[in-house]
Design a protein around this ligand. Structure first.
Ligand SMILES: Nc1ncnc2c1ncn2[C@@H]1O[C@H](COP(=O)(O)OP(=O)(O)OP(=O)(O)O)[C@@H](O)[C@H]1O
Length: 197
């Protein structure tokens, strides 16, 4: 996915302009910048959820469901009435594909005894692992992550980063928005830096 000359303007305020970004398989793209510099907005533009006020994003022709997202707060994106098992399995159910939920839970370090619990009955880290398992089931071509580790303890954060790394090694393109310069500089071959506004 290639974004060129991207601008985000809300009312009279220009959050950023002239931003170029490439997200492609094999080389993770990190997005750094202070709070309010437009990192989440840029991610939403790349995802196609927000229209840029100028510039364009070229995306390869992808079947539905090929762009996966991992949010900062897994509670904001998880249906509170679904068990973790259903959250994990949903992409397979939509695609009418079989999937081994227990094996996926193991892979993301989620205790399988938690699979029949609801989001309110597990910790943020456990729920984020379920969201990560869901990503594995979805097997997207592109993964767009907005501060995926900032709410997690160090062990869970490392687990999330390791799984994202595996997805990249398996051929996914990764866009990683983060305040964590060290993480981005270590993991990302491309970095887009947004300025203070
Ligand atoms: N839909 C919107 N309408 C108006 N203003 C918006 C909208 N979305 C974002 N903004 C503004 O754009 C600016 C950038 O927001 P954004 O969330 O993209 O920044 P960020 O770099 O991700 O911040 P943080 O690091 O704090 O999460 C903020 O000032 C925000 O209030």
């Amino acid at each position: 996915m290639v974004g060129t000359g991207l601008e985000a303007r809300f009312g009279r305020r220009t959050v950023f302009s002239g931003v170029d970004i490439v997200v492609e398989p094999g080389v993770p793209t990190g997005v750094l910048g202070p709070s309010g510099s437009g990192k989440t907005t840029l991610l939403r533009i790349v995802a196609g959820l927000t229209e840029p006020s100028a510039g364009r994003v070229d995306r390869p022709q992808l079947p539905a469901g090929r762009i996966g997202m991992l949010a900062q707060n897994p509670r904001q994106v998880s249906n509170p009435r679904w068990t973790l098992r259903r959250i994990l399995a949903e992409p397979a159910a939509i695609g009418r594909r079989p999937c081994d939920i227990e094996a996926t839970a193991d892979r993301v370090g989620l205790d399988t005894a938690l699979l029949d619990r609801f989001p309110a009955q597990v910790s943020d880290g456990q729920l984020q692992r379920a969201c990560l398992g869901r990503l594995l089931v979805q097997a997207p071509s592109f993964v767009l992550c907005d501060e995926p580790t900032s709410m997690l303890d160090p062990v869970s954060a490392r687990a999330v980063v390791a799984i994202l790394q595996h997805l990249v090694e398996d051929g996914a393109g990764l866009m990683l928005v983060s305040h964590n310069r060290r993480l981005v500089e270590r993991r990302c071959g491309r970095i887009v830096e947004l300025g203070a506004s």
